[in-house]
Design a protein around this ligand. Structure first.
Ligand code: F6P
Length: 412
């Protein structure tokens, strides 16, 4: 039996390390010799920055900590491989390194950009008749991957958003004067995660007053008018807004205030400042107290409130990827298929990665209210099973214990 290699790519999640563990354990159980990790994804591989994972996970405590540790244990990258044509030297270099390490299967845990890497490598592999198999493991808090019912990482981030929104709503009601809180949620061009704020509503909580998703063109004047109407009915208003909302001319709302300079290798602008901009507009128009709450990285690495369903599915996706590769597949990504809603049941299924790479799956318009300022119960129903159950951190000295990569890359 030969060796395998695994990497993590793109933005981190609370459960991306469970997928890493799923790959590691399943490969070992199925007789893989070495399991290598790329440090900082494909970029690390090109720099020969590689670790032998068995030197990192020596005891059961290490693997128990791994699944409770947020973010990407191996480090990540946002690195776009060039097109194959005209850049064969890059691909020759990658395959040379993989062959030197005697790799039979390559796994990449990531979102739609990362699946571009699997697509290109598997296409090139087929072109040169390489025996190496390339399989993608889905991951993203954005939940915007095509074909799959949902993505590992989303359930935990949604649980964090819903729970945090409930806390913000309680806090917002303490005073007897008006306060408008605007919560900015990640998700780039898809509103799945912002929609999770709707889960805050229940018998113990009023719920959010409005939700704005990037699927609907944002109108600043209409937004302010809605805030005015809401203020006539209540003193505390809480609004969830996606970082990716855009006005009619295509600009992100955050660009109306701040000049966004940073753009990553996939051409994505860094989005931040939407809540701040909108809160300042509310203040300007109504002269009342506002709070701009940018959840930023808190929402994607909150392992202390991880969803057990999400963690289990992340692990299973990693395991299913190894199974797929060992059974002969290449150029595929593992998807999650919901086979039942009540009771909730989900299975894994490989799909052609070409249909997933670089595609963004948006929230269906029929799940958004006609005024574009809230979501319908169908969307709540879709998210609810994904946030279920908990897994406690290992608390040491009053804090969750994590594991971090200590081994220096030894394989050159
Ligand atoms: O990968 C998804 C994501 O978390 C998006 O929701 C967000 O827009 C983006 O990553 C932020 O990326 P970065 O960490 O590169 O700023």
């Amino acid at each position: 039996m030969k060796n395998i290699i695994v990497g993590q790519s793109g933005g981190p999640t609370a459960v991306i390390n469970s997928s890493l563990l799923g790959v590691y354990k399943t490969a070992k159980d199925r007789g893989a010799d070495k399991v290598y990790g790329m440090v900082h994804g494909i970029k690390g591989l090109l720099d020969r920055n590689i670790v032998d994972l068995s030197t990192c996970f020596k005891t059961n405590l290490d693997t128990d900590l791994l699944k409770r540790t947020p973010s990407s244990f191996l480090g990540s990258c946002r690195y776009k491989l060039p097109d194959i044509e005209g850049n064969e030297d890059t691909y020759e270099k990658i395959f040379k390194i993989l062959n030197e390490l005697d790799i039979c299967a390559f796994f990449y845990i990531g979102g739609n950009d990362s699946m571009d890497t699997i697509t290109k490598l598997s296409d090139y592999g087929i072109q040169i008749k390489s025996h190496i198999r390339f399989i993608g493991v889905p991951k993203t808090i954005d939940n915007d991957l095509a074909i799959t019912d949902h993505t590992p990482g989303y359930g935990s981030a949604a649980k964090y958003i819903a729970a945090t929104t409930k806390e913000i709503i309680r806090d917002g009601r303490v005073y007897d004067y008006p306060v408008v809180s605007v919560i900015e949620v990640m998700g780039r061009n898809a509103g799945w995660l912002t929609a999770a704020a709707a889960l805050s509503e229940g018998e113990d909580c009023e719920g959010v007053d409005a939700i704005y998703l990037p699927e609907i063109v944002f109108d600043v004047d209409k937004f302010l008018e809605n805030v005015g109407n809401l203020l006539k009915k209540d003193r505390s208003i809480v609004i969830a807004v996606s970082e990716g909302v855009k006005v009619a001319d295509g600009r992100y709302v955050c660009e109306l205030a701040d000049h966004v300079d940073y753009v990553d290798a996939f051409g994505h602008k860094q989005l931040a400042g939407t809540a701040r901009y909108l809160a300042s507009k509310i203040d300007e128009k109504y002269g009342i107290k506002t709070r701009a709450i940018e959840l930023s990285s808190l929402q994607r690495c909150a392992s202390h409130i991880m969803s057990r369903v999400d963690m289990t599915e992340a692990f299973n996706a990693g395991g299913a990827a190894v199974k797929a590769a060992f059974e002969g597949l290449t150029g595929h990504v593992i998807t999650l298929k919901r086979v039942s809603d009540d009771p909730y049941m989900c299975i894994t299924e490989p799909a052609d990665v070409h249909f997933v790479a670089n595609v963004e799956k948006k929230v269906p318009l029929e799940w958004i209210t006609d005024d574009g300022a809230n979501v319908k119960p169908e969307l709540v129903h879709y998210i609810m099973p994904l946030i279920q159950a908990e897994i406690a951190p290992l608390w040491i000295n009053g804090l969750p214990r994590h594991i971090r990569l200590m081994t220096k890359s030894t394989i050159k």
